[in-house]
Ligand binder design. Sequence first.
Ligand SMILES: C=C(OP(=O)(O)O)C(=O)O
Ligand SMILES: [Mg+2]
Length: 542
Amino acid sequence: MAEPLPAPDDTASTRSAQEETARVREAVGAVARELEARGAQAGGAAQDVLEAQAMMAEDPSLEAEIDARLAQGRTAERAVFDAFASFRDTLTAMGGYLGERAADLDDVAQRVIARLRGVAAPGVPDPGHPFILVAKDLAPADTALLDLDKVLALVTTEGGPTSHTAILAREKSIVAVVGVADAVRLADGETVIVDAAKGVVTTEPTDDELAQAQNRAAARATAAAAPLTPGALADGTPVPLLANLGKPEGAAEAVALGAEGVGLFRTEFLFLSSSQAPTVEQQRAAYTELLAAFPGKKVVVRVLDAGADKPLAFLNDAHEENPALGLRGIRALRASEDILREQLTALAEADAATSADLWVMAPMVATVEETEYFTALARDYGIKTAGVMIEVPSSALLADRVLARADFASIGTNDLTQYTMAADRLLGSVASFQDPWHPAVLRLIREVGAAGRATGKPVGICGRGRRRSPAGGRPGRSGSDESVDGSHRPRRRARHPPPVLPRRRSRRGRGSPCRERRGIRKKRGAGRGHPRQHPLNKESQQ
Ligand SMILES: C=C(OP(=O)(O)O)C(=O)O
Ligand SMILES: [Mg+2]
């Protein structure tokens, strides 16, 4: 990636405001179309991200900001530069997920300015051989179309867990470690090992370390190419690998990757992209498509989990200071029971039309009483297997009593960690607390496991925390309910919000090769300048 373009001079334009406006419109339109085209080429989450960037480029508020500057006699380049910078500051001040969108805005501005100047937009360099790309951050448009034969791994000095670089790297299984501030000291041509599983970049590796890294990468490549077998622990204990899906379209890929069923199907996608609840018919069609892909297999569907990171105006438009502690999940559904009843109707109808083994569960259940409420209602609608998610410490602590009423439980480690550690899962500044391997979280999980054993009820795990064990990214080796699909990445919901008045969005898609805010091992003072490439061996993900 080339250096960012120099800031345009702040001198008065020699063109008329109308001429400059026309130039800006042309450049912005061209950049937006190019981003859309790149998105269409990349598909998946990248498409959503790039379409969101295209929307950013053409945001009316931004246009007004640019026009105001043009009216003051600024050049098109300077007006774009300043208007985008002002938007960037707004987003940065908001922090967290939105703060991390600021980098996306920079990329759009750079592209528009490059267009206005008639030069190429900054992009990924091509040194003509495989290399490790070290950059401040990478534009989604570049991450989405990275040539993975050339780019062995990616290290960024900026960006957090919810940066688009991180999200897209996960989707493309790019070995990546983001937020490594010390990486500015890496020098061109230096050999390093990028270990995304540990989140560590090792400089000056010894021959032994290099050999070990190469062996691990080779072992993972072999595992990835091995025939699919049912999920099992190393000692042979069977643990079915169940997919984690956010749309029925992900089912075919999950099956191809060895999914033995579905451990979590998030139904939000049907709701979050529209201003009103989908009809029973629409829902039935979606659920039928999903269930039809898994004949005879277990498919766990979660009823709508709205609120907090997945706001739904038609369900709850009240302002809440702490939405994660507010009317969300089963609480919100209970307050709008007709929506829950319709969803259960559609699920029961889809179940009747297919031969999958449908299990239905409620999100954010905090009490025994809520368990009773949901399971009774679900059974009224003919749902044969009704359970709850354990993602609030109270239900983990009462798991024996919860499981006495439910047919099964599924531990949602994302929220269970958030609530146990009192750390907003969307907030980059407390991301280090979002560790499902924390002993406090593990203790709660042990409670639930013990309750499952005592009651003879199945207990699964459907959160997507950081995996520690090397699973080779191969579903059949994972031995857990980890996702093999990842369709609940950013594209899991409506289009990305424009930069003004954005909506909070959840981040998902963890358990990936990408690691955040990690360090450099064996630092050494090397020259500055970025980005740099490092021909080297690739240390693969977990
Ligand atoms: C699976 C979970 O639910 P979500 O991530 O959708 O909140 C969880 O909380 O672990
Ligand atoms: Mg949850």
